[in-house]
Design a protein around this ligand. Structure first.
Ligand code: KIV
Length: 271
């Protein structure tokens, strides 16, 4: 394979051009090879190897337990599948908070071992040393503000963030701090639509929302939620495009029935 054919079509530069011409950016999470192949074939712009893998792949209640090695495993599987989309990987909890040297080491491990294109970190001014250090190594960084699930123990709940003026002002300042540091894009999670639109208007970099309204530059959802594989998670911002839980349940029940009855395998399904 030539070096040229390894360069993916969607780059951070392409995302910035999309914002400039008003073309919305599509982003979904992906954690494994098979799903990432379908996402890429569908033409998704960005695949986020989210630390939501901790919830939907590993069954934990929060994103905190997932490890660096586990994130690298998910990211490597996704990168192997993808030809077109930009692959962004979440830095897991504990790899960048309060220690920018550790942050750089972990960032380099993810980039080297997975072949991903960029990293995402949650937080604003309190993690800016880590953001700057990672950027100084030439690694593109996507910010994440609003509801930041790695801080769930600080917030105490997953309710809408930045509804009051003080928190909204801090969010706007943090968005500027991240842009000025050199982040190529920003995710805003679960904040009022008006605030999302204001940040997207203010910033030159693309702002991608999840529960941040329609005035931002793109949208992201967790793939298991939008496919209806997860059932219990039903926030207002989630649009379900399928009820894959029911479809899969039906398929599994049919298989079980066919095995029990001896219908599977039939004459044409054996050697
Ligand atoms: O981990 C994740 O899936 C995310 C999205 C919710 C943006 O960070």
């Amino acid at each position: 394979m030539s070096t040229e054919s390894k360069v993916r079509v969607i780059t951070t530069h392409v995302l910035s051009e999309m914002k400039f011409r008003g073309e919305k950016i599509s982003m979904l999470t992906g954690y494994d090879y098979s799903m990432a192949r379908i996402l890429d074939a569908a033409g998704i712009d960005v695949i986020l190897v989210g630390d939501s893998a901790s919830n939907v792949m590993a069954g934990y209640e929060s994103t905190l337990p997932i490890t660096l090695d586990q994130m690298i495993y998910h990211a490597t599987s996704v990168v192997r599948a993808v030809k077109r989309a930009l692959v962004v990987v979440d830095m897991p909890f504990g790899t960048y908070q309060g220690n920018s040297k550790l942050a750089l080491n972990c960032a380099i491990r993810i980039m080297k071992e997975s072949g991903a294109d960029a990293l995402k970190l949650e937080g604003g001014r309190e993690i800016i040393d880590s953001v700057q250090r990672i950027l100084s190594a030439g690694i593109p960084v996507m910010g994440h503000l609003g509801l930041t699930p790695q801080s769930i123990h600080k917030f105490g709940t997953y309710v809408v963030r930045a509804k009051d003026e003080e928190e909204a002002d801090k969010l706007v300042e943090d968005a500027h701090i991240l842009q000025d540091a050199g982040c190529f894009a920003l995710v805003l999670e679960k904040i009022p639509a008006k605030l999302g639109a204001k940040v997207a208007r203010d910033l030159k970099i693309p702002v991608i929302g999840i529960g941040a309204g329609g005035g931002v530059d793109g949208q992201v959802l967790v793939v298991h939620d939008m496919l209806g594989i997860t059932q219990e998670f039903s926030p207002r911002f989630l649009r379900r495009y399928h009820n894959l839980y029911a479809e899969m349940l039906g398929a599994f029940q049919s298989f079980i029935g066919d095995v029990k009855s001896g219908d599977f395998p039939n004459d044409r399904e054996q050697y």
